[in-house]
Design a protein around this ligand. Structure first.
Ligand SMILES: [Zn+2]
Length: 392
């Protein structure tokens, strides 16, 4: 089916191209004979191949028939693109290389072909060749510079060459403000090695640069909080955690281990912190509610804790919340009641098992753990915690 669609598109593209080529030839004074010219013959030979279900031969013949002139360049580019999308990259490269070798292309057309050729190379993993072509487009300040920067940054991202990804990303940011989210992650990525080697001033500086570029970067806030806690600077760590909660309370569950460490160092009033997070959101994250319930155990009665958790579960059903309530009550019922609760517990646990806790807002990919970059669509910061019963 796809093959048929491809061939259909292909024939239409070629027919238009052939017509334009003919018109151009007429315009410049090389009138083709209406019947029997070499061009006509090749075109009909190609059609014959197509009808005989020999698409490869048909394609070769059509390309030979389609003269390269200023009006058919775009058709040639489109043909190459179709080959590339179809996975026939070798042929796409041939078409684009052949075009690029033509001396009569305008500057804009040559840039367009160069960009497509770079994309062909990327599709077959010939990154170094692609890099060279893309860098040229960036340097000559082509109108396609922004597109070239987008492709180039992806090459460095794929190679995990974060230094060069940042260099190119800085240029791209000037053209595309929304790139700040991705660029901040590049800074976080480049902070990983200094963090591992205990080169903390360098790591701290990179993470702060990430926040300058994207003040909402949760990852940088988490890493800075952890870095300061590891350095014994619990109060600085607590400040980063407070900023994280103010930025996006849905990610506070990711910071709960650090929040508990702050409590051990008396750097954070944890009950107050949790109260603020809960009060600030119509549907606070369930792990935060349960952390608050844990805090209440020291002073509140069983009934008060139950009412608190139940109040939130009624607003937004949560299997994790239900499990918490079962555990809370199982020590306070008789043997028969405990047996019943254990059965209920095993059912709820079975429902929780295998449920994703995170989902990508761009492509719908779901996962049990947080990925800063979606493994499917490769978007950065597109994966968010799920809330309610879906998340367990
Ligand atoms: Zn995705």
């Amino acid at each position: 089916m796809q093959e048929l669609m491809f061939l259909g598109l292909f024939v239409v593209a070629l027919a238009i191209g052939w017509y334009l080529g003919r018109r151009e030839a007429i315009k410049v004074g090389f009138m083709l004979k209406p019947h029997g010219s070499a061009l006509d013959r090749q075109y009909f030979i190609g059609l014959n191949y197509l009808l005989n279900e020999q698409p490869d031969e048909a394609i070769e013949t059509f390309i030979r028939a389609l003269e390269v002139n200023p009006e058919t360049v775009e058709t040639h580019i489109a043909i190459g693109k179709l080959f590339c999308q179809r996975g026939d990259v070798e042929r796409a490269i041939k078409v684009h290389q052949n075009l690029l070798a033509r001396p009569n292309l305008s500057r804009e057309q040559a840039d367009h072909v160069q960009l497509e050729l770079a994309r062909d190379y990327l599709a077959v993993g010939m990154d170094h060749r692609a890099e060279r072509l893309l860098e040229e487009l960036v340097e000559v300040r082509s109108p396609l510079r922004e597109e070239a920067l987008v492709d180039l940054v992806k090459v460095y991202e794929r190679e995990h060459d974060w230094r060069r990804a940042i260099q190119v990303g800085d240029k791209l940011l000037r053209e595309r403000a929304a790139f700040s989210v991705t660029l901040a992650h590049y800074y976080c990525e480049s902070a990983q090695l200094p963090l591992k080697n205990n080169e903390l001033p360098q790591a701290r500086s990179l993470l702060k640069q990430a926040l300058e570029i994207d003040p909402q970067c949760i990852r940088a806030l988490l890493l800075l909080a952890e870095l300061e806690m590891d350095q014994g600077q619990a109060r600085d760590g607590a400040r980063w955690l407070q900023r994280l909660a103010d930025t996006d309370s849905d990610f506070v569950p990711q910071a709960l281990p650090l929040i508990r460490r702050c409590a051990d160092n008396a750097a954070l009033n944890v009950p107050l912190f949790l109260d603020q997070v809960i009060a600030a959101s119509a549907y606070p994250p369930m792990p935060v509610i349960l952390a608050k319930a844990d805090e209440m155990r020291a002073s509140a009665s069983l009934s008060e804790i139950s009412q608190f958790v139940l109040g939130h579960i009624q607003q937004r059903p949560s299997l994790r919340g239900l499990l918490y309530l079962i555990d809370l009550h199982s020590d306070h019922v008789d043997a028969r009641g405990r047996d019943n609760l254990l059965i209920l517990r095993s059912i709820v646990e079975a429902l929780i098992t295998g449920k994703p806790a995170f989902r990508c807002s761009a492509c719908g990919f779901s996962a049990k753990r947080l990925h800063w970059q979606c493994p499917t669509c490769h978007g950065w910061s597109t994966i968010r915690p799920l809330k309610g019963s879906e998340t367990a």
